[in-house]
Design a protein around this ligand. Structure first.
Ligand SMILES: *Cc1c(COP(=O)(O)O)cnc(C)c1O
Length: 395
């Protein structure tokens, strides 16, 4: 067998280098990258500011452990705290690890406030929170849980109750004296770019307040400018108590973070949680450099404009080819094409790849367009032309 465990259904394609929104494969062919490593390469490939930050740090110091002060980490945390609802951050290396930390922080808060019986979290149908055991138990997606433990008992990890997407009444009924938190993605990514219905996010916040629960948002995919705001909850005008982030946080360098308000963060005392690699100088140098660009005047507003341009163009294509695309959805540069049931999304993704455009399949027969946040008119026009061409070839 292959020496790499067969957990991924891989495309037979390897890349050698990238620049901006373009990737060059080992066979020399160039591709327009509207996958961005699944919403990770937020500033595209080989961004000069990020390359300089990484190379500069690489020559100084890579890793020292969280036994010591890490000034680059403190600096990034202070900048994020200043730009968001958060009072403090915990650093880790991935989205799943950030969600684990978020779940632990929610439980810890109640335990430290005299309610250790409050350990359960309510999650939303269609959720994706990672591939660790607890995050699988939280999301309850049978495609991901099969074979990893008793499905009817949360894989053996008790503590998650799931309610229907968009149904506030069902959510309220599911709350018990053991409930600690509500966990939700502002836009569900893996299950097919499902944005929250109007008013739902506000209802989650209001319900959490009413019952003394914490609102935990999973902004692993939606965060760091992806939806045309620094974080997607800003669209709804509410703030969470705890938030998990990762993917785009450091432009492709592995990194994740848990953000929390003070009353929660204060309960995560020394020894309560940890991560060997979390927030090391190398990751933080790149995360700070990524943030330099994201916080430039107009950068994130331009992402919102680019998202509108992309969606408008896709809507035109969908109207021309209703037998192929029946819906365009999403927020900012997190866009989904709902493909008609008789065309498997994976097949269409393959056809787009053949034409030189990289995209990502998602649940519900959706194709995700997650370009680097630096794409503008030129790259968008090129992507639209390829998608139009792929539709024409099928008609
Ligand atoms: C990707 C993703 C995760 C998991 O992140 P990993 O870095 O793969 O562990 C969790 N939640 C959401 C919403 C994601 O999109």
């Amino acid at each position: 067998m292959s020496a790499v465990m067969p957990t991924y259904g891989r495309t037979n394609l390897a890349f050698e280098r990238g620049e901006g929104a373009y990737l060059t494969a080992t066979d020399g062919r160039t591709y327009l990258d509207f996958a961005a490593g699944i919403a990770v390469d937020s500033l595209g490939h080989a961004h000069p500011h990020l390359v300089a930050a990484l190379a500069g740090q690489a020559g100084k110091l890579w890793h020292v452990s969280n036994l010591y002060e890490i000034p680059e980490q403190t600096r990034f945390a202070e900048r994020i705290a200043a730009a968001t609802f958060a009072d403090a951050l915990f650093f880790c290396n991935s989205g799943g690890e950030a969600m684990e930390g978020a779940i632990k922080a929610a439980r810890r808060y109640h335990a430290e406030n005299g309610a250790p019986e409050r350990f359960r979290a309510i999650t939303i149908e269609g959720a994706f929170h990672g591939r660790t055991l607890a995050t699988l138990a939280a999301a309850k997606n049978p495609k991901h849980t099969r074979g990893f433990g008793p499905a009817d008992r949360d894989l053996g990890i008790d503590g998650f109750d799931q309610v229907a997407f968009g149904n506030v009444n069902e959510l309220r009924v599911a709350i018990t004296p053991e409930t600690a938190a509500i966990i939700a993605e502002p836009v569900q990514g893996e299950s097919g770019i499902r944005a929250m219905p109007e008013g739902y996010m506000q209802a989650l916040r209001q319900t959490a307040d009413e019952f003394g629960l914490l609102l935990v948002l999973d902004e692993v995919q939606t965060g760091f400018g992806r939806t045309g705001k620094l974080f997607a909850h800003e669209h709804a005008g509410i703030t969470p108590d705890i938030m998990a982030t990762a993917k785009g946080i450091a432009g492709g360098f592995p990194c994740g973070a848990v953000l929390a308000v003070e009353k929660v963060a204060a309960t995560m005392t020394p020894g309560s949680h940890g991560s060997t690699f979390g927030g090391n100088p190398l990751a933080m140098a790149v995360a700070n450099a990524t943030l330099d660009v994201l916080l430039e005047d107009d950068f994130i507003d331009d992402v919102a404009v680019a998202g509108e341009t992309l969606k408008r163009g896709l809507t035109d294509i969908a109207e021309k080819y209703p037998a192929i695309i029946d819906e365009v959805r999403g927020l900012g540069l997190m866009v989904g094409l709902h493909i008609k049931a008789d065309i498997p999304n994976g097949v269409f993704v393959g056809e787009l790849t053949e034409l030189g455009l990289l995209t990502v399949p998602a649940g519900d027969n959706v194709i995700r367009l997650l370009p680097p946040l630096i794409v503008r008119e030129k790259e968008i026009a090129e992507a639209l032309a390829i998608i139009g061409q792929a539709c024409a070839a099928r008609s």
